[in-house]
Design a binder for this molecule. Sequence first.
Ligand code: SF4
Length: 446
Amino acid sequence: MGQNTAIEWAHHTFNAWTGCSKVSPGCEHCYAAEIAHRFQGTIGQWGPGGSRVLASEATWRQPLKWNRWAAEGVCYQCGGKRTVRVSRKDPTMIKCPACEGSGKMEPYRARVFCQSMSDVFEDWVGPVLNSNESRVTVNADGAWKDSGFKPTDASQWWGGDMESAFNWLRMDGIRQRLFRMIDATPHLDWLLLTKRPENIRDMWPEIDENDADLSTLLSSFHDAVNAQIASGLHGTAADQHIEFNQRLSVPYRRNVWLGTSVENQEQARRRIADILECSDLAPVLFLSCEPLLGPVDFIAVLQEILSAAVMKQVICPKPTPLTREQAIKSAKNLLDWFICGGESGREARPMHPDWARSLRDQCQAARVPFFFKQWGEYLPCERSVPGGTLSHTFWSDGRRARSDMQLSTIYQQGGFSMWHAGKKLAGGELDGRVWNEFPTVAEVRT
Ligand code: SF4
């Protein structure tokens, strides 16, 4: 979408650090892990025995610039320079499609995809290096300093005297700075997508009470209460006090969209319950079903979660679990957005069209916005492509066809084939249309 990211649903991408460990089948062909292996030494080593590499100070300054651009209506694509280059190899300069060449737009909210090369809520206790591959210490005044110490093997990273002799920068310290940045950029919506939603609440920092956003909130609250008191509605004003105090007791961040990845039903069961636990922390909760590796029935998961909650609360001999229709009606109040997409890359796994259709249909039934990002490398065989090869014949439950089976037999039994078309040709249309819905302000829970 923007000059700063190729991700269709965000204007910018920001990585406070890079490096991560794989946690579930969706991580198998992690793009960031592949890049890390290709450029070893520049962005650290991947996995549990590796390191995490801190962003440079120039990178940390970027969101402040994007925040100013959004507030002033400076184009997020060309940064006011009026033109964007199509590619480094192509010298043709084109007018920026976002600002139509003017460099100016109306003030807007910019979406920042945070940590595309790592996981914000990873419980990492190992070493953190800077881009010089040195460990970083924290001074008494809280400033970060290059220690000049470049560890050469894991024994120099934790345990032993070196570890306790210095105040090394830890992941919690970087996360604190990241959230201070989030709080200082109220014109940006930060999309925090994690495969570890169970860690969110424990790692969610308090809000700095001196921040400008909170001051604005406080003054609008006082204005509202004074207006209520002036009009004699004391009861309502008192209610607002109570609600506001409840809001202040949890560090709710109005400019965060909290998401979790769900690639199959097993992860849906684990992670939807965890992300719902965070509904008081941010106005938008979303699910990213990418790469989608199996059918996902999120309505069934909500039905189980809501039924369990009802059964716990109702004090009667025979409490009734929720019906599917009741779960569909409740979904809109619980989840705000779905992203769906297939896998890309050399070893990509195909996405059965019925999995994507089912997600779309559930979202439509529940009136939750649905964003279909891409097919990935494979396209359903109804839409053959020149040069594409027929491959991956399988059923919607994930069973693969044996290589000795006749295609006619497979199709008779409800099997399905995909074309290996390549990501570009496969594109992003589902049943003949683009699905690029977003949660709107009116739909977002407050
Ligand atoms: S959680 Fe994300 S960044 Fe980490 S390994 Fe998995 S896919 Fe890669």
